[in-house]
Design a protein around this ligand. Structure first.
Ligand code: MBD
Ligand code: FE
Length: 282
């Protein structure tokens, strides 16, 4: 039987690349001046590194071979989201006053099944992992509830794999879109995800092992919170006590994003409350 444990870097990379091409539309109207500024700064910083570190032809050719492999493995989305996106998010959200955002990463899929609160994320009958009740309220920066706010969430399973990017998982496993009630409240039943390991058999894994780094992201739940007239926030929530909270390979943890779930009194797993504050649309 094919299960998520048979995931390969190349297959999940191909999936992430296809998803990006399908869903991320951007206008190609950046001015010549802007392109020239950004491209020359990046190129200059590479040239500076070469001069300062006296990079050899062997090292230059190893870089060339590695870059070729990143493309072959479909790992450009993974590489960029792990090592670059955090600074883009920091710049993009610098002027917000509401809840903290963080990176989206490569595994968001739009149009997950919509449910009203209280909801249970789509999952297998025997979905492994500790049950988690995730609940809270969506408000504006004035503290007023946002009725009908949309909470989209997606996360890895108890083995650290995402549906649609690893084989053998139902299409919408552990992915959903939940509509808050008239008080902006939501209650979502799911399971606690496992920490995520960057695939070790692809180009990014090769870089990580060649550099002597580790390949882990702390366990996390991805979210997009939106409401009419407000700025959508893309974020992630982590779990207190996870050893990788302090050294996320993707540099995407912020102290405000760490959950501390408690045991439920009915013995049914754990529960945690987290409220979201959305900034008004500019
Ligand atoms: C993930 O699950 C993720 O969230 C990021 C940012 C990169 C790789 C895998
Ligand atoms: Fe993730």
């Amino acid at each position: 039987m094919t299960t998520e444990t048979h995931a390969t870097a190349a297959a999940s990379g191909a999936g992430a690349t296809a998803q990006f091409r399908e869903t991320k539309k951007f206008s190609g109207d950046t001015s010549k001046q802007r392109v020239a500024t950004l491209a020359s700064r990046v190129i200059n910083s590479i040239n500076e590194t070469v001069r300062q570190e006296k990079v050899t032809y062997d090292e230059y050719n190893a870089l060339k071979a590695w870059l070729i492999r990143v493309g072959e493995d479909g790992e450009w989305p993974l590489f960029l989201d792990v090592w670059v996106e955090h600074s883009v998010e920091e710049v993009a959200n610098a002027n917000r006053h509401g809840s903290k955002g963080t990176i989206e990463g490569p595994y968001y899929v739009p149009d997950a099944p919509v449910q009203n609160t209280p909801a249970t994320l789509p999952m297998r009958d025997d979905e492994p992992g500790t049950a988690l009740l995730f609940q809270g309220q969506v408000c504006n920066t004035a503290g007023e509830a946002l009725p009908g706010a949309l909470i989209e969430l997606w996360h890895a399973d108890d083995l650290g794999f995402y549906s649609q990017f690893a084989p053998g998982l139902p299409q919408w496993n552990l992915r959903g879109a939940i509509i808050a009630d008239k008080h902006g409240n939501f209650q979502i039943n799911t399971i606690q995800p496992a920490p995520y390991q960057i695939p070790t058999d692809g180009a990014c894994g090769a870089l990580i092992s060649a550099a002597g780094w580790h390949a882990w992201r702390p366990a996390h739940i991805h979210l997009k919170i939106s409401a009419l007239g407000h700025q959508l926030i893309t974020t992630q929530l982590y779990f207190q006590g996870d050893e990788h909270v302090a050294d996320d390979i993707a540099s995407a943890v912020k102290p405000e994003l760490i959950l501390a779930p408690t045991e439920r009194s009915d013995g049914n797993g754990r529960e945690v409350t987290y409220d979201f504050v959305l900034d008004p649309q500019n």
